[in-house]
Design a protein around this ligand. Structure first.
Ligand code: IMP
Length: 460
C-alpha cells in the first residue's frame, strides 16, 4: 500500500554551519528532479497525549526542519532514547535528532522563562541546541500575570472549571486577539519590552487586586525577564523566511502538533478545550506555511482513549479497568502530573477527527497497554434521546449525555511489547487494528508497542 512508503526512513542528514541542514537536496529528489520527501503535519486525533512525541521522534529521523505551530508549555512531549527520557514543552522534539533545525512558529505562545529553563536543561544533558533553534519574532509571549489570571479564572468557574494546566495559555491567546499581546520581537528591544510589560502587568494587577487575589511583583518579575530576554534574543528570527526557504530548497519539514483535535478551540469540546487550533489547518497559520506546501497529514491515536482535565468523554471507564489502563499506560500528565482519565477507543470521535484533519495515515500508539484483556470494546456510535448517531454533537452538554454503543472484539492473551513488525502481532491484535482502520476510514502506517524507539514499526 502506498502509505507504507510514507514511513520509510531516510539516512541522517548532516548539519551545516549555523544549524541549517546541508547536502540534503540531492537526496530529496529523484531522477526527474521531483521532490520526494513529504512535508508532514502530525496531529493528535484525540484529547492530546496520544504519544505524538514518540512518533515525531521516529519521523524526525529524516526530517530536516521541525516546526511547532500552536500551544505553549501546556504541552509535554515525551521522547525516550535508550535509557534517557526527555520531556519537551516548547522546544520541538526534533531537537533530539542531530540534523533537524527546530522552529517555534508564530502560532505558539512562548513563556520566555520556561523556554530559557528548557533550553538550559537540554544543554545540561548534552544536546546541541546552538544554531538549531529559532523562535518566530511574531510569537506571543506568556508572562506570569497570564498564569495568575489563568488560576483566578479557574477558581471563579468553580465546579465549571476547565481544568487547565495553569500555564497562562488562555489569557495569552486572549491578549493576542485583543491586540494587547507582547511578541518575541520585543525580546530584542529591552526598552520597549519593559514599557509594554509594565503596562500590561499593572493592568493585570488591577484585575487581581479587585478579585483579592495575590498580585504580581512587577519589579522582581522584570528582573528575571530582562536576564532571559538577553539570552533568547539571538534566537528570534523571521521564521517565515526560514521555513519558506526550506520549502524552496526541497527540505523535508515536519509540523509538530501539540494537544489533540478534541481540544481545538473551534472544533473541540468547547468550552473544555485549549485556546489554539490544534487541527491540521493550524500548521499554516501558526507557522506561515502556504497550504499547498503540506503533502500529508499523519494522525496519531492511542489504541484506547485518554483525557486530562475536565469535559465530556463518552467512553471513559470509571472503574477498575480504567485504573488498569492508567497503571499499565502510565497515564499521568507529562506537564502537570495529573492522572489521566482513561477509556475505550472512540471510533466516532476519531473518524470525525480523521475527516477534519484530512489524515492520510494513522499512527496507533500504546497497543501493548491492551495486552492481556479478554475482550476489548470499540465505540461505534452514540445514542442520544433514543436516536443513534455517528457524529460528535457540537455542544459539550450533549456529548456529556450520549450513551456509547460498543462493538466487542476478542483480546489477545500475550505481550505485544516485543513485536518488531506487523507479522509478529497476535492475530487478534491485527484484527483489532484492521477494524479501527475500517471504522475511522484511514489506513494505519505506524504502530507502537512501547516507549522505546525500537518498539515502533511501519505497517504496509
Ligand atoms: P490549557 O491549554 O492549559 O488552557 O488547558 C485547557 C485544556 O486542555 C485542559 O483540559 C488541559 O488539561 C488540556 N490540555 C492542555 N495541554 C494539554 C496537553 O498537552 N495534553 C493533554 N491535555 C492538554
Amino acid at each position: 500500500m502506498a502509505h507504507a512508503l510514507l514511513f520509510e526512513i531516510g539516512p541522517p542528514i548532516s548539519l551545516g554551519p549555523g544549524g541549517a541542514p546541508e547536502d540534503s537536496i540531492d537526496q530529496n529528489r529523484n531522477s526527474e528532479d521531483q521532490i520526494i520527501m513529504p512535508n508532514t503535519v502530525l496531529i493528535g486525533l484525540q484529547w492530546g497525549d496520544e504519544g505524538k512525541g514518540k512518533v515525531i521522534d521516529v519521523l524526525t529521523e529524516s526530517a530536516e526542519v521541525v516546526v511547532r505551530f500552536q500551544g505553549g508549555n501546556n504541552a509535554g512531549h515525551t521522547v525516550e532514547v535508550g535509557e534517557e527520557r526527555f520531556v519537551l514543552h516548547l522546544v520541538p522534539s526534533g531537537i533530539i535528532r542531530e540534523q533537524a533545525l527546530c522552529i517555534i512558529g508564530n502560532g505558539v505562545v512562548v513563556n520566555p522563562l520556561a523556554l530559557f529553563d528548557e533550553i538550559r536543561e537540554l544543554r545540561r544533558r548534552g544536546l546541541n541546541v546552538d544554531g538549531r533553534l529559532q523562535i518566530s519574532s511574531r510569537c506571543q509571549l506568556v508572562f506570569q500575570y497570564h498564569c495568575l489570571l489563568d488560576g483566578l479564572l479557574e477558581q471563579k468557574l468553580a465546579e465549571n472549571k476547565i481544568g487547565t494546566t495553569k500555564r497562562g495559555i488562555g489569557p495569552a491567546y486572549a491578549d493576542k486577539v485583543n491586540r494587547v499581546g507582547i511578541r518575541a520581537a520585543d525580546l530584542c528591544r529591552l526598552d520597549r519590552l519593559e514599557v509594554r510589560f509594565r503596562r500590561q502587568a499593572s493592568f493585570y494587577n488591577r484585575i487581581l487586586r479587585d478579585a483579592a487575589a495575590p498580585e504580581l511583583d512587577v519589579d522582581a518579575e522584570w528582573k528575571k525577564l530582562a536576564a532571559v530576554a538577553h539570552e533568547l534574543a539571538p534566537l528570534v528570527q523571521d521564521t517565515v523566511l526560514t521555513l519558506n526557504r526550506a520549502f524552496e530548497e526541497g527540505r523535508e519539514v515536519l509540523f509538530e502538533g501539540a494537544q489533540g483535535t478534541w481540544l481545538d478551540v473551534d472544533f473541540g469540546t468547547y468550552p473544555y478545550v485549549t485556546s489554539s487550533n490544534t487541527t491540521a489547518g493550524g500548521a499554516c497559520t501558526g507557522a506561515g506555511a502556504p497550504p499547498a506546501r503540506i503533502d500529508r497529514v499523519v494522525g496519531v491515536a492511542k489504541a484506547y482513549t485518554t483525557r486530562v482535565g475536565r469535559g465530556p468523554f463518552p467512553t471513559e471507564l470509571r472503574n477498575d479497568l480504567g485504573e488498569r489502563l492508567r497503571r499499565e499506560g502510565r497515564e499521568f500528565g507529562a506537564t502537570t502530573g495529573r492522572p489521566r482519565r482513561c477509556g475505550w477507543f472512540d471510533a466516532v470521535a476519531t473518524r470525525y477527527a480523521v475527516m477534519l484533519n484530512g489524515a492520510d495515515t494513522l499512527a496507533v500508539t500504546k497497543l501493548d497497554v491492551l495486552d492481556g484483556l479478554d475482550v476489548i470494546k470499540i465505540c461505534t456510535a452514540y445514542e442520544i434521546g433514543g436516536e443513534l448517531i455517528d457524529r460528535v454533537p457540537t455542544e459539550a452538554d450533549d456529548l456529556e449525555r450520549v450513551v456509547p454503543q460498543y462493538e466487542e472484539v476478542p483480546g489477545w492473551k500475550q505481550s505485544t511489547a516485543q513485536a518488531a513488525d506487523w507479522d509478529e502481532l497476535p492475530a487478534e491484535a491485527q484484527a483489532y487494528l484492521r477494524r479501527l482502520e475500517e471504522l475511522v476510514r484511514a489506513p494505519i502506517g505506524l504502530v507502537s508497542v512501547g516507549p522505546r524507539r525500537s518498539q515502533t514499526f511501519a505497517v504496509s
